[in-house]
Ligand binder design. Sequence first.
Ligand SMILES: [Zn+2]
Length: 397
Amino acid sequence: MEEVAAGEEVQIVLSINPFYGESGGQIGDTGYLRKGDTLNPVLQTTKESQTNVLLVEAKTTLRVGDAVTAVVDIERRKHITRHHSATHLLHKALRRIIGDHIHQAGSWVGPDRLRFDFSHFSALEAQQLIQVEKLVNQWILEDVAVNKEELSLEEARAKGATALFGEKYGDRVRVIEMGESMELCGGTHVNRTGEIGLFRIVSEAGIGSGLRRIEAVTGWKSYEYAKEKESILEDVSMLVKSKEEELPGKITSMLQQIRDLERKLEALQAQNTVGKMESLLLKKVKISGVDAVIAQVSAEKADDLRQMADILRDKMGSGIVVLAAEMEGKASVLVAATKDLANTFHAGQLIREAAKLVGGGGGGRPDLAQAGGKNPEKIAQALEQIPSLIEAQLQIR
Ligand SMILES: [Zn+2]
């Protein structure tokens, strides 16, 4: 292709190229190509068989042979360079703190954060992560000069530089020395470790068997990370109306308060249920000489019905309880009887007939039975038929 019109995206190779092409886990540069007064954005740079290829959004007609001024987004490049340089120190610190079995298994470095993958059999302990983070920061604060040297592969190996497994190297390699760390690397690096700024580990997690991943931030990104955390802390202090340093105590006492209130609420609910059951007792009927409480109640779960029946049985001494409630759009029915009626009444038998009336089925023991039905609107009608059903059962026995 000789020429592209404005508005098109095109791949461009420059005769002299300042853009870093994505490779070795370091993201490619962005920036722009200036032609006359027009800025043509460079969206990304990739590396294809040693050639840097720019993806450019043409804002004017671009031709092969045009003279352009190439401008790299230098602030973005600096963020990337700090993050990339920090991976060297992180690699070394992991080997020092955790052990020499640690090997870099991959990395990805962008302007916002770095990702470092390594071989290790288990999660790092919080204390180990703190030690690693601290050691990296110590090396940064020592502000050692970064030595960049081009050597033959044999010379580099003889010097003891760490080569990455599975990485292909040419005859000439770049050796990057940062204090104790010496690696073969084609990425971009700071001149002194101090330029990296504060190094903070953001996360550590497993990414497959025997592989771990650390994510970290440096420079301005760790400043932003700290500001974000600070603002969360400020929000929480405002919400619970407490000074930041008093937050742990304040939240502990709030949680205790919630537990106390929950306990009080439970006690009140239980009291309330007892009160309701007492008023139900006033409406008890006598069927063939046996006391019976038959009622529709409000309940949230089947267990509530059982608790109510227990209270009623205790207070009645001898008798039959039939309770029904609508729960989540369905009918729930419970029949209970005191033990002394075992020879004259069977709760399971009554529930079979009662359940049919609300469109369901069920069974149970002589003293306790529960069933559900799909027609809650028929509860009232069904309860009206219960006395005659009880009467029929009591007469047969
Ligand atoms: Zn490097």
